[in-house]
Write a protein that binds this ligand. Structure first.
Ligand SMILES: Cc1cc2nc3c(=O)[nH]c(=O)nc-3n(C[C@H](O)[C@H](O)[C@H](O)COP(=O)(O)O)c2cc1C
Length: 202
């Protein structure tokens, strides 16, 4: 039986961090284990690590981005996605993507979704080495939190490229799930039975 995650409509934004190469497996796992629907929008950088074909086959939905299709007659793609989402997840988030949303840019579909959605946005940065210790990175993370985004602290983890233990890895997927579960319990966006039952109880 599928478990209740706390959110039913999950939008993943895929960015140009190396861990995006593993995203198809996480999406497959989520779909098998939880009662949820998953959509994805990808940045230009994400295409280095994952293909829209794999993501659409695994998620069972068309993949948006980086830019807009010519035909927007059904409505602007980023607005439809922003409205559809109960939660928006950037896992893992490149620093470039974090910087763009910290500045409020909306020059591709993923950033435009973040700029417009009412849903909670969970950001799990992947920094690589000590780059998060730089003043500009600290400013950026602070800014994202000021915007109300849920930014998860990076952890030290085994680098898949160097094999060494390094700072700046994104949180493990299990930790991301814990965050979603916790947020789902309090988010007015959530439509799952667990949240409905909790609201009925008062
Ligand atoms: C092998 C490889 C791994 C990378 N991993 C990361 C990473 O973990 N975090 C990051 O901020 N940038 C990483 N980058 C750099 C980004 O891909 C680059 O900044 C890109 O412009 C980000 O694009 P986006 O805004 O579409 O995410 C990596 C690049 C390469 C080639």
């Amino acid at each position: 039986m599928s478990e209740d995650l706390g959110f039913r409509r999950l939008l993943f934004l895929a960015t140009g961090a190396l861990g995006t190469a593993f995203l198809p497996s996480w999406i497959a796992l989520l779909k098998q284990s939880y009662d949820c629907e998953i959509r994805l929008a990808i940045t230009a950088g994400a295409k280095k690590f994952v293909t829209p074909t794999a993501l659409s086959a695994i998620s069972g939905n068309p993949v948006s981005g980086p830019g807009w299709q010519e035909d927007q007659s059904a409505g602007a793609e980023h607005l439809l996605l922003a409205e559809w989402s109960e939660v928006v997840i950037v896992f893992p988030a490149s620093l470039d993507f974090c910087a763009r949303i910290a500045h409020g840019l909306s020059d591709d579909i993923p950033t435009a979704v973040v700029a417009t959605t009412e849903a909670p946005v969970v950001v799990a940065p992947s920094a690589g080495g000590a780059s998060l210790n730089k003043a500009q990175s600290k400013w950026m993370i602070h800014r994202l939190r000021e915007h109300g985004h849920h930014v998860l602290d990076t952890v030290s983890g085994m680098s898949v490229t160097t094999g060494r233990l390094e700072e700046g890895s994104p949180v493990p997927f299990a930790k991301l799930l814990q965050t979603l579960w916790r947020l789902g319990a309090v988010s007015p966006n959530s439509s799952t039975d667990r949240v409905k039952r909790a609201k009925e109880k008062g």
